[in-house]
Each structure stands twice: as structure tokens, then as C-alpha cells.
Write a protein that binds this ligand. Sequence first.
Ligand code: HEC
Ligand code: HEC
Ligand code: HEC
Ligand code: HEC
Ligand code: HEC
Length: 369
Amino acid sequence: MRLASVVCVFLTAGATSAADLRPLSSAEFCGRCHRAIVDAWKTSVHAKAMESPLFQDGLELTESRFGPSARTVCLECHSPIAVLTNDTSLRQKVSWEGITCDYCHSLRDVSFSGKNPKAKVEFSLVKSGPIKDAEAPVHGTVFSPVHLTSAACAPCHEYRNSQGFPVLTTYSEWKNSRYAKSEKHCQSCHMYRVKGDVVDPKIHKSATAKVNLHQMPGSHSLEQLNSTIKARLSTSREGDSLKLTVVVSNVAAGHYVPTGSPMRQLLLDVRADSYDGKHFQEERRYARTVADQQGKTVDLEPLAFMSGARVVSDTRLAPDETRTETFSFPVPSGVKAQVRVELRYYYSPLATTEAQKQLTFLTLRRLVP
Ligand code: HEC
Ligand code: HEC
Ligand code: HEC
Ligand code: HEC
Ligand code: HEC
């Protein structure tokens, strides 16, 4: 920890000085030096976790159904700074920044002894992170081993609600996978190192020209989906039916696909158009269906977080799992058919536009003679 350097460094006029630094700052402030990191973070769902209209609609619904104090449950993860600084009415700008710099870099440790993983956070002029012996002009630094592991993500990606029901199980799914055994932490897939300056080189020359990607590409990233979920199609004729076999696998996610919110679904949509003018279609859904204590299926995020009580069915793809799906359509031999297979990732019923709702990331076409 090097706090001594905080007071004795003055930068050129108009630039950032130690006097500007408060124990809790907006990402804009950090961006004066950590420009590349702030730019990447701005495009992340973490940065939009509060402003997102989906979340705002969910928050409103939560308050109207469960009373005004229920908003704290949501803010714990979508704006942890608001809860920790008693700003649940959201007066500070930084509370609107969602999962922002000064939350993650005030993290000192994570405890797993209670019902949910709990973050130990200290807002101060000292920022915790992965660099040993870092020296910064305006803030102190402390090396933090927890930033290198999945534990840093657990406080928000693993959650039992007040019924004791596990709503989010991403961390424990990972913990039980081969990825945990080989020490492939969340960061290695969601914060891999890319070219970039840790600090603007005009201000400070860092030891490497690489940064951990703060964009957190996940299910909204075509690249992640395409490299992770594979599908193969084969076709055959059996008497008067056309047989289709689709093999779907989760080859590279360190947890189930989908993971997280029970509203997420992976959809396999299979369609055959025969040359005698008939259309056939079937679908498979990979999802976790959750019900409340009355047995009613939960169909919105706020209800899953507040009143989810048991799993009705779970057809998601486990890490490394391969599923073989077969389909049979009545297309007589001698009649050609155009076959199309699509994989779609479905996000949330709260979404209002088609683009927000789902993303088609894989299409296979074949003409069966
Ligand atoms: C969700 C938590 C999270 C948020 C939000 C976050 N960081 Fe990080 N940051 C990390 C983790 C974890 C690492 C280390 C990753 C590793 O080494 O595997 C890191 C690394 C860093 C580093 C060290 C250099 C590097 O790239 O490894 C700096 C500097 C940094 N973050 C600054 C910022 C700034 C500035 C912001 C705000 C735009 C920010 N971080 C937002 C979790 C976060
Ligand atoms: C005036 C420039 C400046 C500003 C403003 C600034 N930093 Fe830094 N920061 C640095 C420098 C320089 C380093 C050291 C980098 C190195 O050693 O490679 C650093 C290092 C870090 C590290 C790495 C610490 C470690 O031990 O791993 C983190 C995390 C970090 N800063 C977070 C922040 C956050 C959060 C903010 C906003 C509240 C912020 N910084 C604002 C210049 C700045
Ligand atoms: C303070 C809580 C918090 C912490 C800590 C946190 N996250 Fe998140 N994360 C969220 C929330 C909330 C969302 C969903 C935001 C939304 O869609 O509104 C999210 C979404 C994501 C997504 C989804 C991206 C997508 O495309 O939809 C990924 C990936 C992710 N986080 C990875 C991580 C990793 C890796 C870490 C640890 C380094 C981490 N998170 C730490 C709260 C957190
Ligand atoms: C081996 C690589 C790998 C590891 C390790 C990994 N993930 Fe992922 N993750 C992915 C891929 C690929 C996706 C996109 C496909 C999907 O949504 O399942 C994803 C998606 C996600 C999503 C988006 C889910 C949604 O509902 O939209 C979240 C959140 C997430 N990961 C969090 C985590 C956390 C937290 C950890 C650590 C406990 C972790 N991941 C470990 C590869 C990985
Ligand atoms: C324990 C942390 C946690 C709590 C508590 C929490 N969320 Fe979330 N929320 C997440 C994460 C993580 C994601 C997205 C990624 C995933 O599926 O894992 C998410 C996603 C969402 C989404 C979907 C956003 C999108 O972009 O698709 C909505 C809406 C939402 N949450 C609303 C709420 C509401 C309303 C509450 C309070 C009743 C709440 N959340 C409580 C962590 C949390």
C-alpha cells in the first residue's frame, strides 16, 4: 500500500490532482487516467444495470407489488453503492452508475460463511486490484488476491432469496465444473486480457500494454455465443418421414447455458418446408422454470428474485454437455425439403423491442433431396 505518493505528486494545470479524489468517485473521474478501461466498461451491462429500462420497469413493478422497501433487494446488486451509502433514493450520480469502478475496486474480500456470499467493501483513498507494487499519483493501491478469482463475482452471481430459494447459481455451477478444478476463473472468459493502456501513457507508463477487458462480454456477445454453443445437423429418410437430428453442445461456458436469471432461455427452432407446399416446425427450450410458493410459474425477473420458491423443470445445458434432439416430419420420399435450424438466445419478457428480447446467433440450412 503506497499512500505516501498521494500527497506529493502534482500534475499539470487542469489535470487531476489528489484534492479531487474522494473516497467514492464517479467512473468519469477514474477515466481521466484509466481511459481505455472506462471506455470498455461503459459498453458493459454492468454500467447499464441501473439505467436499463428493463431494470427500471422491474424496479417499479417490485415496489408496486412488494412495497417500497423491497427496492433495496434489487439495488444490492444493480447499485451496490446506493445500498452501502444509504442512498436508496438515488440522489448521488455514482449510484446511477450501476456496478461501477469504485465498488469493485473497494472490494477487500468475500466471505462464504452466510446464506449468500458477502462482499467486504471499504471506501477509501486506496484502490484494490490485481497489480503487485502498483504506484498511482492520486490514490493508494493495494494488491488484492480476491480480484484474481471467481469469488470477486460471487456476491452478485449467486443468490438465495428470502424463501431460501437459489435464484442465481452461476458461481456454484462454475464451482462444480472442470473449469474450477483447472483454476479457470470467471475473469479468464469474461475479463480476458486485451491490448490497451492501464493508464493513459501521458500520465504513467505501465509495465504492460495489456488490460483486463472490462466490457464483460457474455450472453449479449455474438462472439461468446458462437464460440460456446455448437450445433450440428444431419438428415435422413425413413419411409414417409424426414428425420432430422440436431446435436447441441455447450463446449465453452464455465456454467450452465443459459445461466443466471430464470428468464433466460436458449431456443432451438427447427423448420422444414417441403416442395409440396407444407410447412413443419418444432422447438426445444433450454431453460430453468421456476414457481412461487403457490405453485404459480414465475414469468418476470422481479418475481423470480422476490418469490421464486422451487424449480419446476431444468433443461439447460450443463458445462460440456451434449444433447441430441431428433425430429420427424411427414415428408414422403421423392419430395424435396428445405430445412432450417436456428439457435436463439432469449433474454427477458420485460424487453419491449425484438432486439432486446432475443438474438439469433446460429443458422443452419440444408436442402434435402
Ligand atoms: C465487476 C467488477 C469490476 C468493475 C465494475 C471494474 N473493475 Fe477493474 N478490475 C476488476 C477485476 C476483477 C480486475 C482484475 C482482473 C484480473 O486480473 O483477472 C480489474 C482490474 C483493473 C485494473 C488493473 C489493470 C488491469 O486491467 O488488470 C484497473 C486499473 C482497473 N481494474 C480499473 C477499473 C476502472 C477505472 C473501472 C471503472 C470503469 C473498473 N476497473 C471497473 C473488476 C472490476
Ligand atoms: C491521476 C491518474 C489516476 C486517476 C484519476 C485514477 N487512477 Fe488508478 N491508477 C493510476 C496509476 C498511475 C496506477 C498504477 C498503474 C500501474 O502501476 O501500472 C493506477 C492503478 C490503479 C489500480 C490497480 C491497483 C492494483 O494494485 O492492482 C486500480 C484498481 C485503480 N487504479 C483504480 C482506480 C479507480 C477506481 C479510480 C477512480 C476512483 C482511479 N483509479 C483513478 C492513476 C490514476
Ligand atoms: C455488485 C454486483 C456485481 C458484481 C460484483 C459482478 N456483477 Fe456481473 N452483473 C451484475 C448485474 C446486476 C448484471 C446484470 C445487469 C443487467 O443486465 O441489468 C450482471 C451481468 C453480468 C454479465 C452478463 C453479460 C451479458 O452479456 O448479459 C456477465 C458476463 C457478468 N456480469 C460477469 C461478471 C464477472 C466476471 C464478475 C466478477 C469479476 C462480475 N460480473 C461481478 C452484478 C454484478
Ligand atoms: C470457460 C469460460 C467461462 C467461464 C469460466 C465463465 N463463463 Fe460466464 N459465460 C461464458 C460464455 C461463453 C457465456 C455466453 C453463453 C451463455 O450465456 O451461457 C457466458 C455467459 C455468462 C453470463 C450471462 C448469462 C445471462 O443470463 O445472460 C453471466 C452472468 C456469466 N457468464 C457470469 C459468469 C460468472 C460469474 C462466472 C464465474 C463464476 C463465469 N461466468 C465463468 C463463459 C464462461
Ligand atoms: C444477487 C444479485 C441480484 C439481485 C438481488 C437482483 N438482481 Fe437483477 N440481475 C442480476 C444479474 C446477475 C442479472 C443478469 C445476468 C444473469 O442472468 O445472471 C440480472 C438481470 C436482471 C434483469 C434483466 C436485465 C436484462 O438486461 O435482461 C432485470 C429486469 C432484473 N435483473 C431486475 C431485478 C429486480 C427488479 C430485482 C429486485 C427484485 C433484482 N433484479 C435483483 C443480479 C441481481
